[in-house]
Design a protein around this ligand. Structure first.
Ligand code: SAM
Length: 463
């Protein structure tokens, strides 16, 4: 006999090119509106919750479909009309059609819902945002492609690898935009080709620009498909002459047949190998491959908050796990006895050591290692710390990292996260290992106009 609770999949109630009227009831983490047609979910590009729209079905898959808006019948009161439509169609700023206040509320709600789903009782504070949430990014990695026979830089149309050439990127610092524009012009003048993903021919894959907002120092990196860079001298002369803030021009070689943007091999073309920036009174040298937060305004708020939450004492020994070039470690060093940073990228650790020296900080040590492995080693040696800061990549902490925390039992742990889903998962594990949340979870808007959510939370060892 067939089981009574067997689920029967609904057939899609629409086909491609159908025009239907629907209400948008939700917004996904990718920034798509959600409509339900007889329970069948359809993701609507640029649709906002509360809107009623006429939409054209663009794709129908087994369990869901996609649509674009044909006519807005009832717009959301939170909708803002953008002059720069490219920001939306390219996915540079997929949330830019939602008022900034509503974006901040959506981010708070995301964190709240993910913690609720993980069955964690926690209070989530309103998101800390920016006064001007545009042109904030200090770094860009812009793809190059041949369009009508010449190299163009721009952004891929959402969900594709078709490049839309553009001059203005809406969320990037104007100095970064200018660096990309000027570099593209010079590459065009010299007839340099862009890399073609299919034929694997052509020279330029990406143009990367990085700007130290506090110092005015600019870096440009030409990411090339091989060692050769045709017309090197002419390119260098022209780019440095037209970008007065340039202090570093680098060629990065990336021969990989993958989506990874930068390779590990750098050749200095002109100037210095690194640029400098200043954050919370400390100066940092930043190389082409080093991680450095992209929003200097909110990073200062985020780190000040993380430091505050840690309740630091002059007697504290502190670990900064996933330390990058040492920014959290050096921000807290003056307030503690000793700080140790751990990071897997070796050049970043070299930078962290130099950053410590240049800031006259002598109580900071930096170790190039896999953070979970290093933690396991410390735990097995019976070593511990009073405070651990963690700021892992989007995939969050590993089980063995959390188990090492459980063995080392630091009194305080401050978790800085760029992915609230893995944050909720890891906090749930840390609660199982004897910790409790102290205070509220604080979202900070590091990435305005996008769906990315950063948050910081303090955990303390249960008495
Ligand atoms: C979100 S960034 C934080 C960096 C730094 N705290 C900052 O704000 O500039 C995460 C860092 O973790 C590093 N990382 C990734 N996997 C790692 C691992 N297994 N062990 C140690 N560090 C790792 C990355 O290279 C990156 O520098």
């Amino acid at each position: 006999m067939a089981k009574a609770n067997r689920t029967i999949k609904k057939k899609a109630p629409v086909v491609k090119n159908d025009l239907v009227t629907a209400d948008i009831i939700d917004l996904t983490y990718q920034g798509m509106g959600v409509a339900k047609l007889d329970g069948f979910p359809v993701f609507v590009a640029n649709g906002l919750p509360g809107e009623r729209v006429d939409m054209i079905i663009t794709k129908v898959l087994k369990n869901y479909g996609f649509a674009t808006i044909k006519k807005l019948i009832k717009p959301s009161p939170d909708r803002v009309e953008l002059e720069d439509k490219l920001a939306l169609t390219t996915g540079i700023a997929p949330m830019a059609n939602l008022s900034y206040t509503a974006q901040l509320a959506w981010k708070q709600r995301q964190v709240r819902e993910l913690f609720k789903k993980a069955q964690i009782q926690a209070s989530v504070a309103p998101t800390i945002g920016m006064e001007d949430p545009t042109h904030y990014r200090n770094k860009a990695q812009i793809p190059a492609q041949m369009v009508n026979g010449r190299l163009e830089t721009g952004f891929y149309r959402r969900g594709s690898h078709k490049l839309i050439p553009t001059d203005s990127f809406y969320i990037q610092d104007e100095n970064v935009d200018e660096a990309i524009r000027v570099t593209r012009d010079v590459l065009q003048e010299e007839g340099i080709t862009a890399y073609d993903e299919e034929t694997r021919k052509g020279t330029i894959r990406h143009v990367m620009a990085r700007y130290g907002k506090a110092t005015g120092e600019l870096m440009v990196v030409l990411v090339t498909n091989g060692d050769k860079l045709p017309k090197k001298e002419a390119l260098v002369e022209k780019i440095k002459d037209r970008l007065p803030k340039l202090v570093s021009l680098v060629q990065n070689v990336n021969k990989a047949h993958s989506n990874v943007i930068m390779g590990s091999e750098n050749h200095l073309l002109w100037g210095q190998e690194e640029i400098k920036d200043i954050l919370l009174g400390k100066s940092y040298i930043i190389g082409p491959n080093s991680f450095y937060q992209v929003n200097p305004v909110t990073t200062a708020k985020l780190y000040a908050l993380a430091k505050d939450m840690a309740d630091l004492k002059k007697t504290d020994t502190v670990i900064d796990a996933y330390c990058g070039i040492g920014t959290i470690a050096l921000t807290v060093a003056d307030d503690v006895k000793k700080v140790i940073g751990v990071e897997v990228v070796e050049p970043a650790i070299e930078d962290a050591k130099q950053n410590a020296r240049e800031n006259g900080i002598w109580n900071a040590d930096f170790i190039a290692a896999d953070a979970p492995e290093q933690m396991r080693e410390w735990a097995s040696q019976g070593k511990t710390a009073d405070v651990i800061f963690v700021d892992p990549p989007r995939k969050g902490l590993t089980q063995d990292f959390i188990e090492a925390v459980g063995t080392m039992k630091p009194e305080r742990l401050v978790y800085v996260s760029c992915n609230p889903a893995t944050l909720a998962r890891d906090v749930s594990d840390l609660l199982e290992h004897g910790y409790e949340i102290d205070g509220r979870i604080q979202p900070v808007d590091q990435f305005p106009q996008t769906m990315h959510v950063e948050a910081v939370v303090k955990l303390v060892l249960k008495k």
